[in-house]
Write a protein that binds this ligand. Structure first.
Ligand SMILES: Nc1ncnc2c1ncn2[C@@H]1O[C@H](COP(=O)(O)OP(=O)(O)O)[C@@H](O)[C@H]1O
Ligand SMILES: [Mg+2]
Length: 251
């Protein structure tokens, strides 16, 4: 397995958010995680990338209402156990998260936002080359190059977020609900671009609530409910599981 998550448990104080989640993705696969609001999808992606460990460290000095986060389980990437290494080191290995809502630096221009994605790449020429590829994929970003990112439309912001992730030269891209709040036509465009990224050789783990669309895109799916994997299998298998479909996907 290229990425393997084994028995991950995450709890905020006594609130159990992930309850023994295991999943795996082969290199070159396109896999989805489907689940309702609050199922734990974002927490799972953040745990894989090391951001939950970072949050835990951060909280230590802050004494908020939530005083502790418990994180258990193992994560393997590209043949290596990574759950003890820092988020930035995981990113360096090619494990890249495109966060929910895109989260651009609103006061920076589109170009500067894209460049922040390439902070791990030393050679200027390489950065320029990837930038050209991103612009080819999302021509609108070239047009908006000098625009301050806070003034972008929802669709443009999503494209910027995906573009910024690509600037980090991912081996595996974890994308958290890219279609959230977008109009159908823009959604379709975003999904089309994600498919192109996959076709170009990037392994993709896509989190979505829009299950209908996702099933036709990817080869395998995991359904997450209340912090547990309740289904794992191909899109065809999922389409055949009436109970799962009705309960979790509303299809
Ligand atoms: N900082 C936090 N403190 C306590 N509970 C949290 C915190 N962040 C998220 N949660 C809880 O974790 C659960 C899963 O959230 P999340 O991973 O964002 O789900 P999803 O992405 O599937 O909507 C939710 O019930 C949420 O309330
Ligand atoms: Mg989420």
């Amino acid at each position: 397995m290229f990425l393997e998550v084994k028995d991950i448990t995450v709890a905020y104080d006594t609130a159990l958010v992930l309850d023994g989640v295991s999943l795996g993705i082969n290199e070159g696969e396109f896999v989805s995680i489907i689940g309702a609001n609050g199922a734990g999808k974002t927490t799972l992606l953040r745990t894989i990338c090391g951001l939950m460990d970072w949050e835990k460290e951060l909280m230590r000095g802050m004494r908020k209402e939530v005083s502790n986060i418990v994180i258990e389980g193992d994560i393997f990437f590209d043949g290596e156990k990574i759950n003890k290494i820092a988020a930035a080191k995981r990113a360096e290995k090619g494990l890249i998260l495109c966060p929910e809502g895109g989260r651009p630096f609103r006061e920076l221009t589109v170009l500067d936002n894209l460049k922040t994605g390439a902070f791990l790449i030393k050679e200027k020429q390489k950065v320029q080359q990837i930038l050209e590829e991103v612009y080819k994929l999302f021509p609108i970003l070239r047009e908006r190059e000098k625009q301050v990112s806070g003034t972008l439309s929802g669709g443009e912001r999503t494209m910027l977020a995906i573009g910024r992730s690509l600037m980090s030269n991912p081996k595996i891209l974890l994308i958290d609900e890219p279609s959230l709040g977008l109009a159908p036509r823009i959604k379709e465009e975003v999904f089309g671009r994600i498919e192109e990224i996959y076709q170009a050789g990037v392994t993709v783990l896509l989190v979505e609530q829009d299950a209908n669309r996702v099933l036709s895109l990817c080869s395998r799916n995991y359904v997450l409910s209340q912090g547990r994997v309740v289904f794992e299998g191909t899109s065809d298998k999922l389409r055949g599981e009436e109970k799962i479909r009705k309960m979790y996907l509303g299809l």
